[in-house]
Design a protein around this ligand. Sequence first.
Ligand SMILES: Nc1nc2c(ncn2[C@@H]2O[C@H](COP(=O)(O)OP(=O)(O)OP(=O)(O)O)[C@@H](O)[C@H]2O)c(=O)[nH]1
Ligand SMILES: [Mg+2]
Length: 332
Amino acid sequence: MFIDQVQIDIKAGNGGAGCLSFHTEKFVPKGGPDGGDGGRGGDVIVRADPNLTTLLDFRYRRKYQAPNGRPGSGGLKTGKSGESIILRVPVGTIFTDRDSSETIVDLDEPGAEVVIARGGRGGRGNAYFKSPTNQAPRQVQPGRPGEERKLTLELKLLADVGLVGLPNAGKSTILATFSAARPKIADYPFTTLAPNLGIVKLREYKSCVMADIPGLIAGASQGKGLGHQFLKHIQRTRLLIYVIDINSPDLEQAYNELKQELADFDQTLPSRPSFVVITKIDTVTESDLKAVCERLPDDYIYLSAVSHEGGERFIHVIERRLDQQRDERTTD
Ligand SMILES: Nc1nc2c(ncn2[C@@H]2O[C@H](COP(=O)(O)OP(=O)(O)OP(=O)(O)O)[C@@H](O)[C@H]2O)c(=O)[nH]1
Ligand SMILES: [Mg+2]
């Protein structure tokens, strides 16, 4: 099951209390104060783990607490600190505070981590309060409470390239052909219910991450088909590929429908860098294909994910378009 939004409650550990103690030893008439400080409470840390792709684990467990610091003890012993706990999440997870509605952090790099709730400081033991005027302080501090937060975690997958298309267009087949991912493929609409990611090899040791998302139909923004919530997973892709089955009754209309649905979800999506790939070209005759090519714009790509015809050009265009963006960014 793919889960892309969860709510959890976290609490960092409380600091341990400071200790009230006086040194006592045989034959030492007056021992000084020797109560140690309490230990720090453990932090709650969140880390982006590239091996994870879903927030599913958080469905089953919603409360997380780091251990408290131990109290200080006599003999100036500081209490043991509580260990920090690390919550691992997929790369692309965004943390929002449910009380303030503020975004706390977007873990958009593999290995990125932040302390999301700080453990409380340990309290001072009475030894700390010894002074020339107070040689036998009885004062101690309690530990400070650890931070508590109510969080919403939202996953927006990070992929370089996103495949969008009507149901059954052949999106998952493209991902399966050009990457090692094995998404479910079948001859019926809405086979894909959750996004799939794969790594596509480009030339010269380069690669990109490709996302295959569920099929989109006209009216998706009103909840038709699988709705369009999953489009958030292509909001952060750098390149969109419109996948259109060559057997669609009207190729231009299919393209326009897709663009419209993207716009209804996020106005900026249709103006993103993109290109169109007409797929399943092995299913039509050579002359039909030629007629289609003549009718459609020159920059469309023609592909068969079965015979691999057009595959090299397809990969080449992805590579070129991603490179172009990299160049534009560096010359900015
Ligand atoms: N002949 C031929 N069949 C293809 C090609 N690409 C996909 N198919 C077939 O088309 C059907 C749908 O393919 P999928 O890859 O599951 O399509 P999808 O766009 O992911 O579909 P949804 O996940 O339901 O939106 C399957 O039966 C595939 O085998 C192709 O290039 N040539
Ligand atoms: Mg699919």
